[in-house]
Ligand binder design. Structure first.
Ligand code: 4NP
Length: 148
């Protein structure tokens, strides 16, 4: 499986999703990356609060660097998971056909089907990071079961 995790800035939610799924899929030769629909933080390391919550759970995401989501990612990945409906709309705008569109799914639908639940953007608050971690961890358990 080649899986791309997408949020807005690629510094809070999707870097955690990349780190968590990489750890869970160790030994499976999956390819996992993350990207943001916005370009604001391209080249930057993850937010220190995401690095801290990852570290607390034994995952090191400090080496990641933010990249922007591009149309070419549709060719490079089998599944593209977005954190919320705004990410979903922005990714879909770059899709060029049904094949591209069928790769895109709201992450939490993997563990909480058909609800289109968002992983809330924790950037502007200070206490959302543990909740973000737990939600992503839950969805990644379902992804692992589904595709391994
Ligand atoms: P993320 O969080 O999409 O989970 O990486 C955000 C990071 C930065 C901004 C917004 C959300 N920002 O507006 O700079």
């Amino acid at each position: 499986m080649k899986i791309l995790m997408v949020c807005l800035g690629n510094i809070c939610r999707s870097p955690l999703a990349e780190g968590i799924l990489k750890q869970k899929s160790e030994g499976l030769s999956w390819v996992i990356e993350s990207a943001g629909t916005g370009a604001y933080h391209v080249g930057e390391a993850p937010d220190p609060r995401s690095i801290a919550v990852g570290r607390k759970h034994g995952i090191d995401i400090s080496g990641q660097r933010a990249q922007q989501f591009k149309a070419r990612h549709f060719d490079e990945f089998d599944r593209i998971y977005v954190m919320d409906s705004s990410n979903y709309q922005n990714v879909m705008k770059l899709a060029s056909g049904e094949d591209d569109r069928s790769k895109v799914e709201i992450l939490m639908n993997e563990s909480r089907p058909n609800r289109n639940e968002a992983v809330p953007d924790p950037y502007w608050g200070d206490d959302g990071f543990e909740n973000v971690y737990q939600m992503i961890d839950e969805a990644c358990n379902s992804i692992l079961k589904k595709f391994s």
